[in-house]
Design a protein around this ligand. Structure first.
Ligand code: NAP
Ligand code: GCO
Length: 267
């Protein structure tokens, strides 16, 4: 049974995996026996720091490349470089993403577009660049990092919710269009995870009290806490391994129960 979850012999590309959720997923893949971890970021400095961080975790089979997921020419060139320097791409995790928290009526078109470009068009660009080799090999795993906002809205995150809702349907469409090639495309929908992206929502107040949003999320999560990036490790390894070969088009919510819970009632 343990072999079902092994990633031995597999090369895994996790986009934007310098820190946060992507780093935790890439680390989990390495610990599950992946042959090579591949990641990209937008600057050499970010790559260098991340390589040091991977090495500090005892992960030496890692390659980092500068590449913006919205640049289709750079992505196409990177796929060729990966084939030459690493080999085939067996697993792709579309993790790179941003958020802008601005009331929609105040958001500039360019700000809305940037979130859509990175969080939705980026996964399309990278998936389309990797699918041909997966089709030829008749095997592949694509995991899209969705969100609570693939299902729910909230104030100030209109572009992000539109992108993540679209990413849920892109996941289902890749499943539908490429399942016949033994390619499984699923999503992971994290709840509220303590990473740099959510740091502003957890910033203690000047008087030392909890950020209102911090208290809000703890009341919306049955366990009463934020989740940690490493808590996505098991679900990610499951969806990247042969253990999930019959799972396709599924969004696996790793949210501590937020989507099932109306929220802690006032005492
Ligand atoms: P994070 O800490 O902000 O990390 C995002 C990563 O994406 C960074 O490494 C960033 O690199 C990279 N990135 C951003 N734009 C990029 C681009 N155009 N090309 C290449 N890399 C790019 O975010 P996170 O919390 O780990 O989130 C990772 C993913 O999970 C995102 O898709 C996010 O929407 C999603 N998510 C997060 C949560 C949460 O609670 N944290 C919950 C659900 C879903 P740079 O240094 O270049 O910016
Ligand atoms: C926000 C948060 C969320 C999380 C995540 C929840 O501002 O509401 O950043 O969007 O990042 O997507 O699943």
């Amino acid at each position: 049974m343990t072999n079902l979850f092994s990633l031995a012999g597999k090369n895994a590309w996790v986009t934007g995996a310098c820190y946060g959720i992507g780093f935790a997923i890439a680390k989990a893949f390495a610990q599950a026996g992946a042959q090579t971890i591949i990641f990209n970021a937008r600057s050499e400095e970010a790559i260098a720091k991340a390589i040091a961080d991977y090495h500090a975790e005892g992960i030496d089979n890692v390659k980092g490349y500068v590449c913006d997921v919205t640049d289709e020419n750079a992505v196409a060139a990177l796929v060729q470089t990966i084939h030459a320097e690493v080999g085939p791409i067996h697993i792709l995790v579309n993790n790179a993403g941003i958020i802008k928290r601005i009331p929609m009526h105040e958001m500039k078109r360019s700000e809305f577009q940037q979130v859509i470009d990175i969080d939705l068009v980026g996964p399309y660009i990278v998936s389309a660049a990797v699918l041909p080799e997966m089709m030829e090999r008749r095997e592949g795993k694509i995991i899209n990092i969705c969100s609570m906002m693939s299902e729910l809205g909230r104030e100030t995150v209109s572009a992000y919710a539109a992108a993540k809702g679209g990413l849920k349907m892109l996941t289902r469409n890749i499943c539908s269009e490429y399942g016949e090639y033994n390619i499984q495309c699923n999503g992971i929908g994290p709840g509220y995870i303590a990473t740099p992206q959510t740091a502003p929502l957890r910033e203690p107040q000047a008087d030392g009290s909890k950020h209102p949003f911090d208290a809000f999320i703890c009341a919306k999560t049955p366990a009463g806490r934020w989740l940690e990036p490493d808590e996505l490790a098991g679900p990610a390894v499951f969806l990247a391994s042969h253990a999930s070969d019959a799972v396709n088009g599924h969004i696996l919510y790793v949210d501590g129960g937020i989507l099932a819970y109306i929220g802690r009632q006032p005492k």
